[in-house]
Design a protein around this ligand. Structure first.
Ligand code: GLN
Length: 536
């Protein structure tokens, strides 16, 4: 069988849920018995989002192979439940870096290097690497941004050329647009969609399907109108009204016959009838009213929830696994710094400190951690949240506010968190952290070992600093247990506290491996402890 490629472009506005739509489509195709992968093409010039502020870009999602990628890759992995690799996120920066290094090597000797064909050829090469490297039979390719952006033109040109290269049967173009609602007349407008399709056509791409997003119900006449003006069959105009849970989207798309339509047009045979039973039960369970448990996430980028996308999803999955709903309050860590009285934190059944970089808000996070420890509130620390849990305990142990991570105070007397030895010589910021999956050995009899029910686990990392082994003995006098270690025993990957209902921190990011119907064991254990705390 020839690989089938499905290309997704966005029209009218960004942030209409193109990434989730791509992820949901992936699930839809996988349910029909095919191997599916999704690739994101990002038009910005950064080589990867690893160096970007979460305010610019939201979360950086880390893949198994250590690639720092767009947060949409998180949606893809959560919906499709396959591990993607670094080929699945391509940026303009990577493409130019590649072309320029070929030019310097002399690969194009004599030639003038141009956007077409040199840049577009590399883009097409990258697209074709997806089936090679993932084994996917169907590849979904999502282009970031909106049609009309200058930056995305080379990507769109490459997609246009792909149809010529691989043929009509093996390519399918979907345009995801937005229908604005005019309150005064109470109508949804299709004009921006028409313009966007026209713009796409002027580039040479005619969409085979339009997915029209809206916050309001989309009537049949509107589908007909879009079909007529945009020259797309009516049953290929898919109305997608905003839904209460993201995980409902594959079900909606399938109900509108999206899977059948794509299969028919690309002449794919259904290997199995999609069986949505488990997925439907999951969505029904999400919707059922449940006991509500208040959780505080104390972070630095809380104004933009996209910055903690996987943390939020992992918490929700763990809520579902414990049959509770979570009321998550996002607390700005810097706001805790001025407060003398943190007793308002008492109302939370659990406190979580996620990953982060840089000094702002650090003291606020440490105060929240101290509060969790002293008031026996379940605590989960992720990466920086683990490091600060160590700092907090060290301050308590030494009776000194000076204990710190050398990331925040290089001159501290008690550098309980310090740069990893192999990081000392590194000066470049991009792609140089300890990245990707590493094994972690769990120590028997610990909370972590009980939660996982396994001896060795594989978890994804993204950090430069680590627990300073010179302090292991001293902090174990305070009840700190090193429940997860690297295979050589040198790196502390999980630390937890004795004599506390649940106080645990991981040097890795468990949130990246949580799936809606397979919550991460540590998140599940954290929420279980939170439920117990709220019952006391
Ligand atoms: N800034 C810390 C480090 O580099 C923590 C990183 C993180 O939380 N991802 O080690």
């Amino acid at each position: 069988m020839k690989t089938k490629y499905i290309f997704l472009t966005g029209g009218v506005l960004s942030s209409v849920g193109k990434g989730v739509t791509a992820a949901a489509l992936g699930r839809l195709l996988k349910e029909r018995g095919y191997q599916v992968a999704v690739q994101k093409l990002d038009p910005y010039i950064n080589v990867d989002p690893g160096t970007m502020s979460p305010y610019q870009h939201g979360e950086v999602f880390v893949l198994e192979d250590g690639a720092e990628t767009d947060l949409d890759l998180g949606h893809y992995e959560r919906f499709i439940d396959t591990n993607l690799n670094r080929v699945c996120n391509v940026t303009t920066g990577q493409v130019y870096e590649d072309v320029i290094s070929r030019e310097r090597r002399g690969d194009y000797l004599g030639g003038t290097i141009q956007v077409i064909p040199h840049i577009t050829n590399v883009i097409k090469e990258r697209i074709r690497q997806v089936p090679e490297s993932t084994g996917a039979e169907i590849v979904l390719v999502e282009v970031g941004g909106t049609v009309g952006d200058i930056e995305s033109l080379p990507f769109l040109e490459a997609l246009r050329q792909m149809r010529g290269d691989i043929g009509r049967r093996n390519s399918f173009y979907i345009h995801v647009t937005w229908l604005p609602y005019i309150g005064a007349t109470g109508e949804l407008k299709t004009k921006p969609t028409q313009h966007s399709v026209r713009e796409l056509r002027s580039i040479g791409i005619s969409p085979d399907m339009i997915i029209a997003r809206s916050d309001h119900p989309i009537e049949e006449e509107l589908r007909e109108k879009i079909s007529l003006f945009c020259d797309v069959e009516k049953n290929a105009v898919i109305p997608m009204t905003t839904t209460d849970t993201l995980y409902n989207i594959p079900l909606i798309l399938d109900e509108f016959g999206v899977g059948d339509y794509i299969f028919q047009k690309t002449k794919l045979e259904e290997r199995q009838k999609p069986d949505w039973t488990t997925w439907q039960e999951m969505v029904a369970a999400m919707r059922r009213a449940k006991e509500r448990i208040p959780i505080a996430v104390v972070g630095k980028y809380v104004e933009l929830q996209d910055a903690y996308m996987s943390v939020r999803e992992a918490l929700q999955h763990a809520g579902l696994a414990n049959r509770v709903d979570l009321d998550i309050d996002w607390i700005h860590s810097a706001s805790l710094e001025e407060k003398d009285d943190l007793s308002f934190l008492e109302k939370y059944a659990g406190i979580l400190v996620p990953g982060g970089f840089g000094g702002r808000g650090i003291e606020g996070k440490i105060k929240a951690i101290q509060f969790a420890r002293e008031n026996r509130i379940p605590y989960l620390g992720l990466c920086l949240g683990m490091q600060l849990m160590v700092v907090e305990l060290a301050r308590h142990h030494f009776g000194s506010q000076d204990a710190n991570s050398t990331e925040f105070n290089p001159n501290t007397q008690h550098p309980v968190i310090d740069l990893m030895p192999d990081q000392r010589e590194i000066t470049d910021k991009g792609g140089t952290m300890r990245l990707g999956v590493y094994p972690c050995h769990l120590q028997p009899g610990t909370i972590a070992a009980r939660a996982y029910g396994e001896d060795v686990v594989q978890e994804r990392h993204r950090h430069r600093f680590e627990f300073n082994n010179a302090y292991r003995d001293e902090l174990s006098q305070e009840g700190m247990v090193y429940s997860g270690l690297s295979p050589d025993g040198r790196l502390v990957e999980i630390a937890e506290l004795k004599d506390h209902p649940f106080m645990l921190g991981t040097q890795f990011h468990p949130e990246f491996l949580s799936r809606p119907y397979r919550a991460h064991p540590l998140f599940t254990a954290f929420i279980k402890a939170a439920v117990e705390h709220s019952q006391n």
